[in-house]
Structure formats: structure tokens, C-alpha cells
Design a protein around this ligand. Structure first.
Ligand code: CMX
Length: 455
């Protein structure tokens, strides 16, 4: 079986040629206008980034190398056990190489990552242990990742002048795989810092998949459940599959979102993958980006304490109207680009619907399901939101909460484990294609004003 690197090596020449040819033949093709509104409006709508792995369609949502979530669920390999979700390792292979891997290929990548991730550098352990337990988990995450730059193969070889430009991708891949592999131990360490005074909550194993290690180190597998979740064996298997599903579909969402764009921008200065993705994590920590899932959990809990029954649609509607009339938003609804329910939400909802017994007594999960019917009606009547449907954050947090992850700020760390895969894949391809340092031209107020007079 060819490794991921060997498979990539086979794909590279043809892709390099195709991009070179596109640039040579069509380099001057105009893609679209850039307006003053977009320059002072977050560059919304500017089609100005190259990003290979995923693309976002307003009606169908995210596609991974052209495949919808449904197609990924049918085609990407999992553990081989019936009913298990596909492995995020499969998604990494798909993003990196552009093709669906075989079971054997995924299994070898799973093993490769498990071996690469079996210990954290001692200095990273030391740094993490020294941090205050109540420090924001995303700050701990970014610090941990940045500290690992000390072991970056790319940074070391670059500094020694050992590698040429066409070979940069090899060390970038090496660092990226090491970084992704380190995430179970890194996030486990952060979670034990904030919940267990730094004492480990579970064990790492070289024999299992990336998500099983994440769950184990969060203390969420059966044999560790005395520490946190108190899960029975079925629940612990379900939680691992929830983790596989969640981390499998949050890997990437095109290039323009803050965490992906930041990783690409910082990486374009040839900062190594640890520094680049640490910067991406800093962006993911923002409330307008990665923190929305926790808002939804707070919202559902608060709403439940304010209504007498989930069955009373009238009361739910009244509650939602009260929020809208006080000029607040309904968290978990609406989207800047999508115009239909987010298929990532639908996948998480289906996870709950397939396990009715597990969730039948969870008022918050039941309310999340009910809201998906009621809130769009209210938002449509309200008439402002361009998209009245549930977005990605509507369901994920409350499902993690159900199984026992109660530290709301930690949801974004799990998001960050998943999101590593898309932006780091692109970083490897940035180096394969020799993309230059990113440097858009900025304009002052006077500069913009002068342009209005010129037209
Ligand atoms: N509740 C109430 N009003 C909403 C709304 C919601 N869920 N979603 C949009 N609106 C309002 C907007 O505030 C805006 O009002 P104003 O004209 O008074 O400013 C109007 O509808 C038009 O907004 P839009 O063009 O449909 O949406 P935007 O692109 O401006 O914003 C988003 C998108 C996600 C920020 C917005 O829908 C929102 O605030 N949703 C709630 C928060 C949330 O769920 N965030 C998670 C987003 C997930 C993600 O993007 O990854």
C-alpha cells in the first residue's frame, strides 16, 4: 500500500503543470469587480483566494473535493465495523490527494498518525503544565501548538539551507502530519488541565484511530468514565462516532473563513505549520467564528427554563419573538453564504434521530430538534434574515453537552482538532505549487475617494 506521501508524489506533477498552464494561458482573465463596499465590508464576495480542498455552494453547502457530506458518508472508509462513521483520517486523505482512499490506505494512515502522535515534546508538556488552569482553553491550544515550532522539520531545514523551494512541501507535510497526530494528546492535556488539575483522564493507544484517542484522553471512553462522562459501553461507542462525524465534517469550509485564511496567510510568509495553525486557532477563538456553538447551548438551556413545555409551539414562538423584538439574534440560525439548512447540521441532527432512546429524556436535545421546525417559521415571518434555517452550530454543542462535555469553551478546541486538516492540507499544496507570500494592496479613505472621482 502506498503511503499518503507516496500517493501525493504521484499526483503532484500533473497538478503543478495544470496550474502553471492555467496561469500562463489565462493569467489575465478578469474574475470580477472589487467594489468599495467589499473593501470596507470584509471582502465579502471577492473571489480572490486559491483553495483546492473544499468549496461552498449557497444551496448545497460544503463539498469536499466535489463530494457532498452524504456522498462522503457513503464512500469514505471507516473502521470496517458496520454502523461506524467514516474516519477523519479518510477525509484527510481525500483532501490531500483528491481521491477517495481504500480501506487499506486509511488504515495505514490511521496507524501512521497514531505512531507519530504517541508523545508530546517534553517542552510542550512543560509549557502546558505551567499555564493557569482557568486560562481560556483556546489560548492554551495556541500556546501548545506554537511551542511545538521548536521541533519543526521545515523551520530547521530551512534555516540550515538544506531544502530548495520545490522540496518545501515535503517538510511541510511532515510537520503537518506530526501536528495533526499530536492533537489527541494536546487537547487531552488541555482538558485535563481545566477539569482534572492536569491529571490524565485516559490513555493513548497506538492501535486505535485518532478520534478514539481523543475521546479516551477526554475521559469519555467506558473504562475512563469514572472521571467525567459516566458513559456505558454503548454511549461510549456512540460518543466516539459522534466525534468521528463532527471532526470528519468540520475539517474545512473553503479558504475565506478566518481560521483557514489566517493559516494560509501566515504560512505564506513561510512560517512553519505549527506557527501557521496556531495563528488559525487564535482566529477560531473569536465569538463570530468558532465560539457560536457554546452560545447555542446557553440559549437552549435558558429557553428551557423559561417555557413550560417543548410541546407548546405557541410558547416557543412567543419566546423567539421576544428575542427578536429586543434586537437580539437567534443563535444557530442564519448564514453569510448558505441559503438552505446547513448539511452539517442535518448530519448532526440525523445522529440524534437515529438514537431516539438515548435522547428521549434530554430536554435540550429535544428542544434543539423542535426549534429546527419552529424557528425558521418565525424568522421567515420576521423577514430579515436571508437564511432562516439552522446552521452548523445549532446541534453540535448540545450533543457534546449531553454526553458530558460541560465546559462550553472547550467545544471550540474540538472544532480546532478537526479544522487542522483542511488548512494544513492547503498549506502543503501552497508549497507544492510555490504560491507566493500574500500581500493584497490596501487603500486609505483618500485613496478610495480618489477612485470615486476617477469613475
Ligand atoms: N436571528 C435574528 N436575526 C437574524 C438572524 C438570526 N439568526 N440571522 C440574520 N439576522 C438578521 C441580521 O442581523 C440582519 O439584520 P440587520 O439588517 O438589522 O443587520 C439581517 O437579518 C440580514 O442578515 P443576513 O444577511 O441574513 O445575515 P449576515 O450574513 O449578516 O449574518 C450570521 C450571518 C450567521 C452572522 C447571522 O445569521 C447571525 O447572526 N446568526 C446568529 C448567530 C449564529 O448562529 N452564528 C453562527 C454562524 C455559523 C457560521 O457562520 O459558521
Amino acid at each position: 500500500v502506498l503511503t499518503l506521501k507516496e500517493t501525493l508524489e504521484n499526483v503532484i506533477p500533473q497538478r503543478r503543470d495544470a496550474v502553471k498552464e492555467l496561469k500562463a494561458l489565462y493569467g489575465n482573465t478578469v474574475i470580477g469587480p472589487i467594489t468599495i463596499s467589499s473593501v470596507i465590508g470584509g471582502m465579502r464576495g471577492n473571489q480572490s483566494m486559491f483553495w483546492q480542498g473544499t468549496s461552498l455552494d449557497p444551496d448545497h453547502g460544503i463539498r469536499f473535493q466535489g463530494l457532498t457530506i452524504e456522498q462522503c458518508q457513503k464512500r469514505l472508509p471507516g473502521t470496517g465495523i458496520n454502523g461506524d462513521n467514516f474516519l477523519p483520517e479518510s477525509m484527510l486523505w481525500l483532501l490531500m490527494t483528491g481521491s477517495v482512499p481504500s480501506f487499506q490506505q486509511v488504515d495505514s494512515l490511521r496507524r501512521e498518525l497514531a505512531l507519530r502522535g504517541k508523545e508530546l515534546p517534553h517542552y510542550t508538556e512543560k509549557v502546558l503544565l505551567s499555564l493557569p488552569k482557568d486560562m481560556h482553553p483556546m489560548t492554551q491550544f495556541a500556546i501548545g501548538l506554537a511551542s511545538m515550532n521548536k521541533g519543526s522539520v521545515f523551520a530547521t531545514n530551512y534555516q540550515k539551507g538544506l531544502i530548495g523551494k520545490t522540496e518545501f512541501w515535503k517538510d511541510t507535510l511532515e510537520d503537518s502530519l506530526n501536528l495533526i497526530a499530536s492533537l489527541p494528546l494536546l487537547t487531552g492535556k488541555i482538558y485535563s488541565n481545566i477539569t482534572n488539575e492536569g491529571r490524565p483522564l485516559g490513555q493513548y493507544s497506538e492501535d486505535v484511530d485518532w478520534c478514539t484517542n481523543i475521546c479516551s484522553l477526554l475521559g469519555m471512553t467506558e473504562k475512563n468514565s469514572s472521571n467525567t462522562g459516566n458513559l456505558n459501553s454503548q454511549q461510549s461507542l456512540d460518543f466516539i462516532n459522534l466525534m468521528r462525524l463532527y471532526t470528519g465534517i468540520h475539517v474545512d469550509h473553503e479558504g475565506g473563513n478566518v481560521s483557514a485564511h489566517t493559516t494560509h496567510l501566515v504560512g505564506s510568509a513561510l512560517s512553519d505549520p505549527y506557527l501557521s495553525y496556531s495563528s488559525g486557532i487564535m482566529g477560531l477563538a473569536g465569538p463570530l467564528h468558532g465560539l457560536a456553538a457554546q452560545e447555542v447551548v446557553r440559549f437552549l438551556i435558558e429557553m428551557n427554563s423559561n417555557i413550560s413545555s417543548i410541546a407548546l409551539e405557541k410558547e416557543i414562538k412567543e419566546y423567539l419573538w421576544k428575542i427578536l423584538k429586543s434586537n437580539r439574534v437567534i443563535p444557530g440560525y442564519g448564514h453569510a453564504v448558505l441559503r438552505k439548512p446547513d448539511p452539517r447540521f442535518t448530519a448532526m441532527l440525523e445522529f440524534a434521530q437515529m438514537r431516539p432512546n438515548e435522547f428521549k429524556n434530554d430536554k435540550n436535545v429535544l428542544l434543539m430538534q423542535k426549534l429546527a421546525e419552529v424557528a425558521p417559521k418565525v424568522l421567515l415571518e420576521h423577514g430579515k434574515s436571508k437564511n432562516p434555517f439552522p446552521n452548523v452550530d445549532s446541534a453540535s454543542g448540545i450533543l457534546f453537552y449531553h454526553y458530558g462535555i460541560r465546559e462550553l469553551l472547550f467545544f471550540t478546541v474540538i472544532f480546532g482538532c478537526s479544522r487542522s486538516m483542511g488548512p494544513l492540507t492547503q498549506l502543503v499544496w501552497d508549497r507544492i505549487l510555490g504560491l507566493p507570500i500574500e500581500r493584497p494592496k490596501s487603500l486609505s479613505f483618500e485613496g478610495l475617494e480618489a477612485l470615486t472621482k476617477a469613475t
